[in-house]
Design a protein around this ligand. Structure first.
Ligand code: AMP
Ligand code: MG
Length: 336
């Protein structure tokens, strides 16, 4: 298959919509990461997404809508709490898990009776959905397990020849996937942290519970609320370890290692004698989120034996970065 490169203007958007209406798959820019879009009404289109990504069969997809008028085609019930959160955070990087409408293809939710839905803020993403006239299921546009794509070039590196088209646009502003909140449980549950923080959500839903899988590895055989959270994920090919400790302890540790790359805070740079890439200031979760996946991809080009990452904080947007990095490290954290 030849993957068409489309422009992010009206012509490219119209071409993308035509492919999507014909059950094809197109990578589109969103504010979180690039998504691999397909009709959420079509089992045939959704199967193509799973094949292109090599996605585990039990991992459901997020459905994207362009405007609130589309919500009734995705969910069977839009509760008052859902409406409050949508009013506060949509369009934007917040996904809500709700009861699924019958119109959504079975293969989107992989056997669950719920569906994850969000309205992206990226103008091109919303225009593609609107032009197609159907809600679009769109997981990250990467090979499953590899770092999520924040540029069109990342998409091409993973999926060229495996998908119908990619819209060539700028880099993703947020850099990590959306926050996922389940509203089918009482109390509501944070399944995946993102740019919309737990602290921000609690202003509207103070009883929000943070799912155990956000920060730790599920036990073998344990049923998890969000199937995607149980996999090793977001990983470069080079081995990754997460290092938790002070600036001084981190520098002492990595400076002694051979042929390694440190991924560090800007504050660490002055103490390091090994090769490093910094992913933002310690307290700047937004900068960390924006750069981390791109740095993990870059790290693979440097011929290192190991990547040691200075562990981010577990608050604010940094919680989202921590959640991705423990999975990139297959849950191995060295506490100094
Ligand atoms: P991605 O498509 O890579 O952004 O991953 C989507 C995430 O949303 C995964 O962690 C899924 O497990 C989660 N998800 C999607 N649909 C549901 C659902 N119905 N219930 C719970 N989690 C979901
Ligand atoms: Mg993904």
């Amino acid at each position: 298959m030849i993957t068409a490169r489309l422009t992010d203007d009206n012509k490219g958007i119209a071409a993308a919509a035509d492919i999507l209406k014909a059950d094809g798959v197109v990578a589109i820019p969103t504010e979180t990461v690039y998504g691999l879009a397909a009709s959420a009404f079509s089992d045939k289109a959704i199967e193509k997404v799973f094949i292109a990504k090599g996605r585990p069969q039990d991992n459901p997809l997020i459905v994207h809508i362009s405007d609130i008028g589309m919500i009734s085609s995705a969910v069977s019930e839009f509760s008052p709490i859902a409406k409050t959160l949508a009013d506060a955070f949509w369009p934007g990087p917040l996904t809500l898990v709700l009861k699924k409408s019958e119109r959504i293809a079975e293969s989107v939710s992989r056997g669950l009776d719920t569906v994850a839905v969000r309205m992206p803020s990226h103008k091109v993403a919303r225009e593609v959905i609107k032009a197609a006239g159907i809600p679009l299921a769109a997981p990250s546009a990467n090979i499953s397990g590899s770092p999520s794509p924040t540029t069109a070039d990342h998409v091409i590196a993973d999926l060229d020849g495996r998908i119908d088209a990619v819209i060539m646009s700028g880099s993703s502003e947020v850099g990590v996937e959306s926050t996922v909140v389940s509203l089918v449980t009482d109390p509501p549950r944070l399944l995946r942290p993102g740019r919309v923080t737990a602290e921000e959500l609690m202003e509207y839903i103070p009883n929000l519970v943070i799912d155990k899988a956000v920060l730790s590895e599920p036990e073998k055989g344990e049923k998890v609320a969000s199937p995607g959270m149980k996999y090793k994920h977001y990983s470069p090919k080079t081995e990754v370890l997460l290092i938790s400790g002070s600036e001084e302890a981190f520098a002492d540790f990595v400076n002694k290692q051979e042929n390694c790359l440190a991924i560090c805070f800007t504050e660490d740079e002055k103490s390091l004698t090994c090769d490093y890439l910094s992913y933002g200031a310690k307290t700047d979760g937004e900068a960390q989120a924006k750069s981390i996946f791109s740095l993990l991809r870059k790290a693979d080009t440097l011929g290192k034996d190991k990547i040691y990452i200075h562990a981010p904080e577990k608050t604010g947007v940094s919680l989202a970065v921590y959640n991705r990095l423990i999975r990139a490290a297959a849950f191995r954290v060295i506490e100094l």
